[in-house]
Design a protein around this ligand. Structure first.
Ligand SMILES: Nc1ncnc2c1ncn2[C@@H]1O[C@H](COP(=O)(O)OP(=O)(O)OP(=O)(O)O)[C@@H](O)[C@H]1O
Ligand SMILES: [Mg+2]
Length: 262
């Protein structure tokens, strides 16, 4: 049964979409069956992978007009796309009972078809993000290693805690991903230290370095492994995927064994 995770940070431009694409593509490369879900009305994920317009996007499915129909991007990698109309869904579903559970229900029949379902959240903490958190086992928080990275974190934690309390008891912070890291910059190094102080060992050891190939790949409608397999971006995301798999394996072990490992 698929493990489901969301890339979440209500700050814009921190690497959520880049991480969703390249973690999903990396896991697919490691032989896992992966479904990507684009929950952002900006549809950056859909556009970055060059997916043609689909008859059913997250929007139609949220409105109850159709079931999800995944589109195959490449071996082991499928996607459910987004479109700009999704921005209206919040007000359209204002009176819908149980509206935070819509995505979890839609994904339920697909869970047996994949090893992982990876969701790209919009830069907000509205209904779409609440749906993502309600459907997820884990949340990963990408953080740009720049000034103000930590601002607003209390809000993210508060939302995660509320979702855990009211909507999804399983939800865990799976990890924090430092993005656009440049070890030559003192500020970047300082921010990483601050992030580690705040999140402890939740911070992945693999940091995603600043790498122009990661910014170029979407313009060629490709993930980093197709666009530039020898780039440091590909190296970092593949290492991150391996770390994610290790953490998930450890989390799946009985707690007595887990304690021995620490
Ligand atoms: N490691 C990196 N090195 C260089 N550029 C990067 C890196 N990661 C992301 N970028 C670039 O930074 C910009 C923002 O990244 P991305 O779109 O992934 O962020 P986001 O959090 O999804 O943004 P939004 O909140 O708008 O959805 C993009 O132009 C992307 O190509
Ligand atoms: Mg994005």
């Amino acid at each position: 049964m698929a493990r489901i995770f969301s890339l979440l940070n209500h700050k814009g431009g921190v690497g959520k979409t880049t991480s969703a694409i390249n973690i999903a593509a990396g896991l697919a490369r490691l032989g896992k069956r992966v479904l990507l879900v684009d929950l952002d009305p900006q549809a950056s994920l859909t556009i970055s992978l060059g997916v043609p317009r689909q008859p059913v996007t997250v929007y139609e499915a949220f409105r109850g007009e159709a079931e999800f129909m995944p589109f195959t991007v490449k071996d082991n990698l499928d996607i459910i796309t987004s479109r700009i109309e999704l921005s209206g869904v919040e007000s359209e579903l204002i009176n819908e009972a149980g509206r935070e559970y819509i995505l979890a229900e839609l994904l339920d029949p697909l869970r047996d078809m994949y090893d992982f379902i990876v969701m790209d959240c919009p830069p907000s903490l509205g209904l779409l993000t609440l749906n993502a958190l309600t459907a997820s086992d884990f949340v990963y928080i990408p953080m740009q290693t720049e000034f103000l990275a930590l601002q607003g974190l209390a809000k993210i934690k508060q939302v995660i805690d509320k979702v855990r309390f009211r909507l999804n008891k399983q939800l865990e912070i799976g990890g924090v991903i430092a993005t656009m890291y440049d070890s030559r910059k003192v500020l970047n190094r300082d921010v990483v230290e601050m992030i580690k102080k705040y999140f402890g060992d939740k911070v992945f050891q693999t940091m995603i370095r600043d790498n122009v190939a990661l910014a170029e790949a979407p313009s060629q409608r490709q993930d980093i492994f197709s666009y530039s397999p020898s780039s440091i971006g590909a190296e970092d995301y593949l290492n991150l995927c391996k770390e994610i798999l290790e953490r998930m394996e450890a989390a799946a072990q009985p707690s007595s064994l887990r304690q021995q490992r620490v």
